[in-house]
Write a protein of this length. Sequence first.
Length: 288
Amino acid sequence: MARLYVLGGNGWVPSPKRSTNCYALETRRSLILFDCGVGVSRLSDPMMRLVLERVPRVIVLLSHYHHDHIEGLHMLPHFLRDHEVTIAGPGVLVTGFDCAAVLARFGSSPLLPQPITAWGETFRKGFSIVELREGRNKIAGETIEVVRQPHSDPSVGFRVRDVAYVTDTVVRAETATFAKGASVLVHDAWLDADDEALGHADLRRHGTAHGAAAIAKEAGVSELVLGHLNPSYDEPRLERMLISACDVFPNTRLANDFTVVEVRSKDDEDLPGGAAPEGPIATETGGL
């Protein structure tokens, strides 16, 4: 059974309870990171250090190149120096340039002392940047399904094993097809019912909690995680948003950092370390 760890449940900027976009899927072969916001700093937590000891390679999947999804990339050499690392992103599909070219613009002098494209010297067990295309991709032994999505700059959604990761896009029927039968759906929930009723301008770019719940119900997933949460909302407002979503799809939770979600699949063997803990892990969350 694979496990999904929430390392960063917010969009845009961190808050006291949540860092920015990063989720880690542990399989027997790999640790797969969905996006690389500053939530990747949670790899310093003792729980995640144990996870890293269990896997030889890490695959970083980038949904697009807005800063709250890539601003943790510069931390990878610190956490993953002893791992084989692959960064995979949808370059041509969403920008017209290949992934390596896009990352070269972000990660080079004067922004970084060593260009991301030269990190082969840093990761002793191997480093590569891979271009993702729409449809089925095979990356370091893992099958990655990719779908292009509308956003202010286009993004992509991922399906890996029985996890569907759909962020920075609107609520749309195509997502229900893409996520059909998944164990876990992580869906953009930037807006709540109040903003939806007001016709908020971000409805052209982002999802809603109520809409994500409707998609989860139609897709027949086992569990919904409301992600890319809005840091402008306080915790009572987020709880009201969660209750509204649960009215549509009861097995819904907020993307609270250090939550561990079991990903149930008939094809998976149990991971080492026993069953996943229930709910969020109590841990120190400072130092963001």
